[in-house]
Structures are given as structure tokens and as C-alpha cells.
Design a protein around this ligand. Structure first.
Ligand code: MV4
Length: 588
């Protein structure tokens, strides 16, 4: 007896493929949606049926509610799973799914809404007795209020976007004289990113760990927790490595934060899989940050440590079934680590590295799991999340898991584009990770980037050389917006190998000349320029602020020196890699 005959997954990439796997095990038919740039993507091939929902940009495809719902109707799907991102935490879409007579495989729209406003969430959690980071539960709008709060709570402070989440809009305020600037910047970012300039204030915790608790709640009032995940290793609020158990959490603390998480879920009448995100201070205090009302990227480490399938639980909960286990039945075994394999270049400010994957081989063997959205020949488009695949390992304890991860990373071969494989190899060898510390600052360091580059060069060379003379090619025909496919083995054209070698030669040699140049790491618009020609600057000093994808990015000097050739001004559009100015060695 299957809970649904067919489920549409309103997502792409690795998470769509991941969800299809569980659906297949449950005997449920799988329906994909895809954009024009995703015609050849793995998630499309992995589903029983696939429907075109528009051109490339997310707003015109995966975020287009009407088209996604039309595809569900056309396919005769009974339920919709949103994955993460896109429409996953969109309460109005969750309601629209219900109105269309479909089952939403996710939390109630009211719970999504309640957790969407970070100030409202803090208010609710506080009322439910869940500890929150000391600060306001109301928006703050004047610099004077910020100064008063700093004097009351102690400096430094954190200013955060009320409509935000995941650290977007987070500004650290060291003291009263920075209040005005930080407040304005946080408000601008909130407005740009969430169309809401409201911000609130928290005490800033130094060197905290990001520790989150997985919960499951069914429609019968059962709520359990599945332990914590430690996601402290992040860059610009993007998680890079996650693990369970946390190196900083023992049995007693686990029980306590587990209870906090269950309380929090009950307080919003939660249902489905959800995550209570929190900060663990150096002193061992735990504070609620926010609740993520979706399946998360890093759910996999919890799956390996508990032996559960969280997507299966989500599907069964949505079908009205009770949880498959009680709190007392949850068993944690060993240690699991996940590395996010992004198409990004760590030696170039984690610049996206889209393009064609020319060769691809996944690691395997004991305790290794790969959740991937790509294969050899895949084109990684620029428009979406850079996450290609997740490499997850499990072993008896942290040190064994770490070594297993290093072994698996060595086996992972991804040719044609730059990925974080080399970065993770360098990071997992670093004493900061070996010692289970927060690694704050190390992730961004030059040292790690350099090592990562060396390690990844070794693998790409091998990868390119082993590329075969035959390419598997999925040839798709689209009839009235529905996809049918034939697959064929197509011989590589005779010039392909030459073209590849030329690309390698020219791609690798463009450095050197621009050593002193400060370049924009992304396409965007210059908001503020903080220096003038002739200024002496120190390494790390802000040169200008570039708004990209509605986030403000500080472009900083990479060295001490003197600014020359300043070539940007406020309001100017800049492209990726455009020279902002030159910082050359000061004359002594
Ligand atoms: C904080 C903080 C310090 N104090 N809030 C929020 C979302 C997450 N992505 C980062 N966030 C932080 N919120 C207060 N009141 C520091 C961070 C933070 C962080 C926390 C844990 C692990 C890594 C981090 C990296 C940057 C910022």
C-alpha cells in the first residue's frame, strides 16, 4: 500500500534526485519539473516524468507557482515535495498546493509563516520558555536605540534582518561609534534582500558554534528529536562542512537541547521534519536562533547516525501516518561528516565555477554516501545554487570519519570545472578541524586556499586525461512541453581533446600580471567607495561595497599598500573579475 501514487518534486539538482530515491523505494511515481537550462540535468533523467516550467531564471521556472502547479495537475500527482530553497518555505505556495487538492509534503503554512519573521519567532520561543540570544524581539530603527542596547547588553552587538535568516544582513557592531553605519547597512540589506528593512539586535557571541537540532513531528501530536548537527564551518553564512555528533555536545547537553527543540516545535504546532538552529557559546550556553521549516541540505548526517530516512518520514507524516519510532527508540551510532561539493573556486574568493563537467567519478566503499545532482557531461549552469553533490561518510568515531572523508575526497574526480574537493582535503587535514575547534578565520585564509588549489590541480589533470572518446548523450525531444528522451553514445568529435588542452593552457595562465589588482569577486553594483587614489590602506580594509544578489559585499584590500588606478564609483555596474583599483607596495 503506497501513501501516494505520484509525487511532484518542485526542485532540481541533488535534492530532487535524493527525494526521487525515497519515493521509488516507497513505490511512488516520480515527477520532475525543469527549466530550459536544465533539460539535460540528472534530476530530469532520474524521474519517471518531467515537465518544462519555463526558461532559466528561478523566478520564471522553479519559483513560478502556477507553472509548477499546472505540471502537477497535468501529471496527475497527488502531492508536492518542495525540497529546500525555492518554494520550500513559502507559506502562500504551501496553501496554494492545498487549494489545488494536492498534499503538501512539509510543515503547515502557519508554522512556516510563524518562523518566517525572526522577531516573531524569537517572541514565540521566548514565550514558550526556549532560551533566545539576549536582545530585542521588536524591530529597532534608531542608532540611539542600538547604542542604548549595547550599553545594556554589552558590546559587541549583532544587528540582524527581521525578515532574514541564515545570517543574511548580519552586522557586527563593536561599539557606539559604529552603530549608525551598521544599522544603515543592515537596513539597506534587509530592504534589498527581503523587501523589509526591519532589523533587530542581539548580544554578539564571540566564537560560537552553530549547533542545530533535527526534529520530526507527526499529525498525531508526536514530536521527537534526532540529535544535533554541528554546522560551525561556514563561509559568508554558507555552510561547508556539517557533522554529528557535535565535538562540543555530550549526552547531557544533547538531552537538554533536544528537549528545547521539541518544546520549540510544539509551540508552533509543527508537523514534518524541521530544524531548530542555535548558537552554542564558548561557555556552553545554548540559544535558539531560528527554525528552518524544511528538509535541510545537511539532513544526511543525521540519517547516517540514526539509520533513518528523513524524507520517508516526511512523506509518511504528510500521508497522515504516525512517526515510525518514539524518542526512546532513537539510537545514535558513530560519527558522520558531510562535505558540500560546490562548483566554486576557493583560490579565487569562492567564485562560482560553472561549465561542463568533462569527467566524473564518485567515491564509494565502506561508509561512503554521495548525494549528487550531476554526472559526466553535465553542464553546471550559472543561475542556481553551486551545490553539485554532497559527500557524506560514517564511521565509528570522529577521527575515523575524518580519515574516511579524506580517502573519499581523494577518490572523487570531477574534471572540467573547479570544485571544493581540494578545499575540503586541505581543511580536513588542518589542525583546527582535527582538534574539533570552530576554525573561524581559517576557512577564509590564504593558506587554505593555496593548499586547496595545489590539491585540486593534481586531481583535475588526472581527470582530464582519463576522459574517454565516447560521450553518453541524452537526446531529448519535447512535445508540447513534455519531455521524452532517447539516450545514445555519441563519439566525441576529433577536435574535442585539442580544444580541452587549449582551454587548460589558457585558463591557467591569466594570473601573475594582476597580482596587485583588487577585483570584484562577483557581478553587481557599487554602492559605496571608501578610498581615493593615493590613500594608504591596510590588508582587510574596505575599498568599496558591491551589492550583488541583494547582499552587500565588502571588497577589501588584500595587502598593505597605496591605492592607485581607482576605476569605480557609486552606482556603477561591475562585472565579475573587474579591476576596482591597484594596491601596490608603499614606497619606504
Ligand atoms: C550570531 C553570531 C554571534 N552572535 N549571532 C547567524 C547565522 C549563522 N549562519 C551565523 N550566525 C551568527 N549569528 C549572535 N548574536 C555569529 C554568527 C556566525 C557564526 C556562528 C556560528 C558558526 C559560524 C559563524 C560564522 C559567522 C557568523
Amino acid at each position: 500500500m503506497t501513501p501516494f501514487s505520484k509525487v511532484l518534486v518542485a526542485n532540481r539538482g541533488e535534492i530532487a534526485v535524493r527525494i526521487f530515491r525515497t519515493l521509488r523505494e516507497l513505490g511512488i511515481g516520480t515527477v520532475a519539473v525543469y527549466s530550459e537550462v536544465d533539460r539535460g540535468s540528472l534530476h530530469v533523467a532520474a524521474a519517471d516524468e518531467a515537465y518544462l516550467v519555463g526558461p532559466g531564471p528561478p523566478a520564471e521556472s522553479y519559483l513560478n507557482q502556477e507553472r509548477v502547479l499546472a505540471a502537477a495537475e497535468r501529471a496527475g500527482a497527488e502531492a508536492v515535495h518542495p525540497g529546500y530553497g525555492f518554494l520550500a518555505e513559502n507559506a502562500s505556495f504551501a496553501r496554494a498546493v492545498g487549494r489545488a487538492g494536492l498534499v503538501w509534503i512539509g510543515p503547515p503554512a502557519d508554522a512556516i509563516e510563524a518562523m518566517g519573521s525572526k522577531t516573531a519567532a524569537r517572541e514565540q520561543m521566548n514565550a514558550a520558555g526556549v532560551p533566545i540570544v539576549p536582545g530585542t524581539t521588536e524591530p529597532v530603527s534608531s542608532a540611539m536605540d542600538v547604542v542604548r542596547l549595547g550599553d545594556e547588553l554589552g558590546w559587541p552587538l549583532a544587528i540582524k534582518a527581521a525578515a532574514g535568516g541564515g545570517g543574511k544582513g548580519l552586522k557586527v557592531v563593536a561599539g557606539p561609534d559604529e552603530a549608525e553605519r551598521a544599522l544603515e547597512s543592515a537596513r539597506r540589506e534587509g530592504e534589498a534582500y527581503f523587501a523589509d528593512p526591519s532589523v533587530y539586535v542581539e548580544r554578539y557571541l564571540e566564537d560560537p558554534r552553530h549547533v542545530e537540532v533535527q526534529v520530526l513531528a507527526d499529525a498525531h501530536g508526536n514530536v521527537i528529536h534526532l540529535g544535533e548537527r554541528d554546522c560551525t564551518i561556514q563561509r559568508r553564512h554558507q555552510k561547508l562542512v556539517e557533522e554529528t555528533p557535535s565535538p562540543a555536545v555530550g549526552d547531557e547537553l544533547r538531552r537538554r537541547i533536544g528537549e528545547i527543540a521539541v518544546e520549540a516545535a510544539r509551540a508552533v504546532r509543527y508537523r514534518s521534519a524541521g530544524t531548530i538552529e542555535g548558537l552554542l557559546s564558548r561557555e556552553g550556553e545554548y540559544f535558539f536562533l531560528e527554525m528552518n521549516t524544511r528538509i535541510q541540505v545537511e539532513h544526511t548526517v543525521t540519517e547516517l547516525a540514526t539509520g533513518l530516512d528523513l524524507v520517508r518520514e516526511q512523506v509518511l507524516i504528510a500521508a497522515g501516518e504516525p512517526l515510525s519510532l518514539r524518542q526512546g527508540d532513537v539510537r545514535f551510532a558513530g560519527h558522520a561528516i558531510e562535505c558540500r561539493i560546490n562548483a566554486e573556486d576557493p583560490s579565487n574568493g569562492f567564485l562560482p565555477s560553472p561549465g561542463r563537467i568533462t569527467s566524473y567519478r564518485e567515491p564509494a566503499g565502506p561508509g561512503v554516501r554521495v548525494d549528487s545532482g550531476v554526472a559526466a557531461g553535465s553542464v553546471v549552469p550559472e543561475l542556481y545554487d553551486p551545490l553539485l553533490a554532497k559527500l557524506i561518510v560514517h564511521d565509528v568515531d570522529r577521527e575515523h570519519a575524518r580519515r574516511r572523508m579524506l580517502r573519499a575526497l581523494e577518490e572523487f574526480e570531477i574534471g572540467g570545472i573547479t570544485t571544493l574537493v581540494g578545499f575540503h582535503r586541505a581543511l580536513l587535514e588542518h589542525p583546527c578541524f582535527v582538534g574539533g575547534t570552530t576554525c573561524h578565520g581559517i576557512v577564509e585564509s590564504e593558506e587554505l586556499a593555496t593548499e586547496a588549489e595545489q590539491l585540486s590541480h593534481r586531481t583535475t589533470t588526472v581527470a582530464t586525461a582519463s576522459d574517454g572518446a565516447v560521450q553518453p548523450r541524452v537526446q531529448a525531444v519535447e512535445l508540447d512541453g513534455r519531455r521524452f528522451e532517447v539516450s545514445a553514445l555519441v563519439p566525441e568529435p576529433p577536435y574535442a581533446e585539442l580544444a580541452r588542452r587549449r582551454r587548460e593552457r589558457t585558463g591557467g595562465s591569466a594570473h601573475g600580471a594582476a597580482k596587485d589588482a583588487v577585483v570584484t569577486p562577483m557581478q553587481g553594483t557599487v554602492l559605496v567607495v571608501e578610498v581615493s587614489d593615493g590613500d594608504e590602506v591596510h590588508a582587510g580594509q574596505v575599498i568599496c561595497i558591491v551589492e550583488a544578489m541583494k547582499m552587500e559585499n565588502e571588497i577589501t584590500a588584500h595587502r598593505d599598500g597605496v591605492v592607485t588606478d581607482l576605476s569605480v564609483e557609486p552606482g556603477q555596474a561591475v562585472t565579475t573579475g573587474q579591476i576596482v583599483c591597484v594596491v601596490s607596495q608603499a614606497e619606504t
